[in-house]
Design a protein around this ligand. Structure first.
Ligand SMILES: C[S@@+](CC[C@H](N)C(=O)[O-])C[C@H]1O[C@@H](n2cnc3c(N)ncnc32)[C@H](O)[C@@H]1O
Length: 633
């Protein structure tokens, strides 16, 4: 269920197609005593993919027409009819510039009575415009309004201003004036001395068809579907062990879960071939899938293992409290300073001593899984107490006065992270499915990592956006932590990670045999401006193509491979990575079933980054990404 900042429930008006799907499920169930599969729904309604079937089922569940104890469509059942109420749709309301207030129309909507509360009179309006998108109100939605002429600060209201102009905005009283605040960072608030309130929004009704149709960008071969329901704006992304350590470009857990629920079933074995810190693996464990994770960054492997290994929270807490006592007793002359290049550049001496004491105390823990779990909080502590700027994924040293005053409370930082992490593990330990397993492999996904051919039921992954030099430098981000927590035999090897990742080494020339017209076109345009950058892009795609081949090898025939990818801009050339993957994959033996576009409200990516490291030479990174759904032929 999608929760937005303001409303606990969004209702869904049943479209014609949804009603048909519901009728089909009802009749099928009555006949067979179980519900149809997603595949059967897809076939029956000639839908583009099973993700669309899943979508309909989800909508019917969210609207309360199907039960939702299980996420498998075969397990759904219809629910008893609810007491319904008819509400008039009075017209359109602008979630943008105010428009002439409320016209009368004779349309109505029917919704369950208990969804809108017993008190008050209600009416509905159709939303036009995008000024309330951050509140989860989109163009084409219907909002149900409870009639009232007063509102509390921050409520979303139907406000009439000036000469009978109505608009949908959040209302605030400030310094004797009213501020009508849009929920869209690109728009300005409206200030008025007088505002007439005609009601507050109590429910949003989403029209699925209009959402799917919005922003379809058709190409000769492929169609991108913009689908806001994948945004998960405002949702909690740090539940369970998801929040125990920062990592660049982490999956929104909800996206990973939805893909896994749509394209695999309980008991299946799934794989994330670029598992990073393990978000998809955590989700797979929570919903009863066995999982392999592969990554070539040792810190990522370390984090993914810690996130997916359940630990009894009582034992963990006991060790943690003992550790706090132990660390206090360690004397300065008992510590061992780590020996890696530039340690004094990145850490103050005082900080090194405190970190070394903490590390010694953690290493004294006998249970290795507990030791590793607490090392995760230590790794964050090392990063936060280093001389690097926080909020940067690249290593940038703080300067001047700030550096002078930099005096981090090392133990305080550790305690904060360790306690938050223990709370996360408590949740994970409770919810992780006991009979599922997770295996994490340190390896290069463009090569054979020992996973058997035709053995995987589903692959869900998010590859890097491009080479590390010009996009996210996973190795650089991980370096200081990795050096402190000994994930490398020689800590100085930590600086080599980025060269080994996809696109880490530019090609010698631009000659290649990759069968993608989109790639060819992009390379030509980039090469005209900067040949070196074109070679980076080619190297990345050559590596990616090898990864697609390996994915094809391990996946069972007929099964799905979902990639969440960004279409990055290089030298003002937008590289359609989603279309390139679709083309390359189809040559290898996949069919591209779907390309869904989602906004990235919470992905930890720089909004702008500088590939050249020249101040002002900013290059835009994405605030949208595509989910490419492939099926092995
Ligand atoms: C977008 S991140 C994945 C983030 C992950 N979904 C999460 O939630 O943490 C991409 C990952 O690909 C890894 N990677 C890059 N090249 C690789 C390769 N050739 N083989 C395996 N992993 C690779 C990087 O180390 C990085 O962790």
């Amino acid at each position: 269920m999608y929760t937005f900042y303001l409303f606990s429930i969004i209702l869904y008006m049943l479209t014609k197609k949804q009603t048909q799907v519901l009728d089909f499920v009802k009749t099928y169930r009555a006949k067979n005593r179980y519900a149809p599969s997603l595949e059967e729904i897809k076939r029956k309604f000639k839908l583009a993919s099973v993700s669309t079937s899943h979508y309909y089922i989800r909508k019917l569940q969210d609207a309360g027409f199907l039960n939702k104890e299980h996420n498998q469509p075969r397990a759904v059942s219809t629910v008893e009819a609810k007491q319904m109420i008819e509400i008039p749709i009075l017209g359109a309301i602008a979630a943008g510039q105010p428009i002439e207030a409320i016209e009368i129309s004779d349309e109505t909507i029917t919704i369950a009575k208990d969804e809108i509360g017993k008190q008050g009179k209600h009416y509905a309006l159709r939303v036009q415009g995008s000024s309330m998108i951050d509140e989860g109100i989109f163009d084409g939605d219907i909002v149900v309004i409870r009639k009232q002429d007063v509102a509390e600060n921050g409520q979303t209201v139907v406000a009439v201003i000036d000469d009978n102009q109505a608009t949908l905005k959040k209302l605030y009283r400030e310094n004797g004036k009213f501020r009508l605040q849009p929920a869209n960072p690109t728009l300005f608030p409206i200030y008025r001395d007088e505002v007439e309130v005609r009601g507050v929004v109590v429910k949003i009704i989403r029209n699925l068809e209009s959402q799917l149709d919005q922003g379809q960008s058709r190409d000769e071969k492929y169609v991108r579907k913009i689908d806001y329901s994948w945004d998960y704006r405002g949702e909690k992304t740090k539940s369970h062990t998801h929040g125990i350590h920062t990592y660049p470009a982490m999956f929104i857990p909800q996206v990973g879960r939805r893909l896994l629920e749509t394209y695999s079933k309980e008991g299946d074995t799934i794989c994330d071939i670029f598992c990073g810190s393990g978000s998809a693996l955590v989700e797979s464990r929570l919903i009863g899938r066995n999982a392999y994770g592969i990554d070539l960054n040792p810190l990522a492997i370390f984090l993914a293992k810690a996130k997916t290994t359940p630990i009894n929270p009582q034992k963990l807490t006991k060790e943690y409290l003992t550790l706090l006592n132990r660390v206090e007793k360690i004397k300065d002359n008992e510590i061992q300073r780590p020996n890696f290049k530039n340690i004094d550049f990145w850490f103050k001496d005082k900080v090194i001593v405190k970190l070394a004491k903490l590390k010694k105390a953690i290493r004294a823990i006998k249970d290795e899984t507990i030791q590793d779990f607490l090392m995760v909080a230590f790794s964050e502590t090392a990063r936060y107490s280093s001389n690097t700027k926080t909020g940067e994924f690249k290593l940038v040293r703080i300067k001047g006065d700030k550096l002078e005053k930099h005096d981090p409370d090392v133990i305080g930082i550790f305690r904060k992270h360790a306690e938050k992490n223990i709370a996360g593990m408590t949740e994970f330990y409770k919810d992780a499915k006991k009979d599922s397993w997770t295996k994490i492999i340190y390896g290069d996904s463009s090569k054979d990592n020992g996973i058997k051919a035709n053995s995987i039921d589903c692959i869900v992954t998010s590859p890097p956006y491009g080479d590390s030099r010009t996009t996210v430098a996973y190795g650089q981000f991980s370096r200081l932590s990795a050096q402190w927590i000994d994930v490398f035999e020689d800590p100085n090897d930590a600086s080599g990670v980025d060269n080994d990742l996809l696109g880490g080494r530019a090609t010698k020339n631009l000659i290649h045999t990759l069968a993608s017209g989109y790639l060819k076109e992009s390379l030509e345009k980039i090469a005209k401006q900067d040949e070196a950058r074109a070679k980076d892009v080619l190297s990345f795609n050559l590596g990616l193509n090898e990864c697609l081949k390996q994915a094809h090898r391990i996946l069972k025939p007929g099964k799905y491979f979902c990639l969440v990818v960004g279409n990055r801009l290089v030298k003002q050339v937008r590289i359609p990575t989603d279309f390139i993957i679709a083309e390359l994959a189809e040559k290898i033996g996949f069919t591209c079933e779907d390309i869904i576009v989602r906004n990235i409200p919470g992905k930890r990516m720089p909004i702008k980054n500088s590939p050249t490291n020249i101040v002002g030479a900013l290059e835009e990174t994405m605030n949208k990404e595509s989910i490419v759904v492939l099926r092995k032929n």
